[in-house]
Design a protein around this ligand. Sequence first.
Ligand code: A2P
Length: 338
Amino acid sequence: MSIAEGKHIALVGATGAVGQEMLDCLEEREFPITELTLLASSRSAGKKISFRGNLIKVKELTHESFAGVDVALFSAGGDLSLEYAPSAAAAGAIVIDNSSAFRMDPDVPLVVPEINPAAAHDPAKGIIANPNCTTIITLMALYPLHKLYGLRSVIASSYQAVSGSGAQGIIELDDQIKVLGAGGEVTDDMKNVYPHQIASNVIPHVDSFTENGYTKEELKMLNESRKILDLPDLKVTCTCVRVPVHRSHSVSVTAEFEKAVDVTEARAVFSNYPGINAKDDPENSLYPVPLDTTKKDDCLVGRIRKDMVFNNALALWVVGDQVRKGAALNAVQIAELI
Ligand code: A2P
């Protein structure tokens, strides 16, 4: 089926929250596509999804799904990426993988197009990894400051939307809100995605715990930031928290730099960088909130101030749409680079 001149794209996880957003991004950005193969589990096979006015049938993912595919976008979880991405690469496709499966593989580039686009060229294994959502959003704010002052360390707390848990996270929050709104109680059978009630609550637990007391999500912030920024000695400590917000993650950051910082200069630097803007006029209650960035491409930074504890340090607040810049948009931007 010919849609326009361009590439044959396969999308693994086409029925998921990020998969659907990838389709929106491909459509909005007029990505040149000759053929689109939509893949999901056998449960979704035969279902039709609309793309540029065409209804396209979802097919079941198999190892043979990738013949003739130029770019395979994967967003169906790490286990499926580990199993099927090598088949896609062996068939000649460039894989852009949204899971954490290959991110720390030294032969797999980890790319934020506004930060390290050159890393996407000629990937050794035919696989490019899309970074963790909280890491992308945080680095969108820190990279311009790093160029100005030289980043040394980061202390962060995240406020992560339920969209980070996929479609089921959004459904779980909505179901619990409905029950509470009707005067009922959230029962154990309504807690499937999160270990605690998420409506009217916050949960300091994103991904599983490791033996040093940090969660895997918190260690992604450390390890992925080091790899993307090519700063192997960067220090990062983070507490990742799930909040009852539908989409858009927020991150409170204290960042320490090599050089002396200036708040006015820091605020102004964002106007020179793509994908990030300052919204920072606290006296007029202007600072970014998750609803500001929902369904938007750009991240927003505000509350920029000199940190009172560390020298050469700024405190700030950055917000970005987790499904979009934190996942789907970043993956489509990588596809545009190759
Ligand atoms: P399906 O809808 O058929 O289950 P989310 O993270 O939003 O829940 O989305 C997960 C995505 O991964 C969905 O598109 C889902 O498809 C897909 N998926 C889950 N299990 C499989 C599988 N075994 N094979 C292929 N795709 C799968």
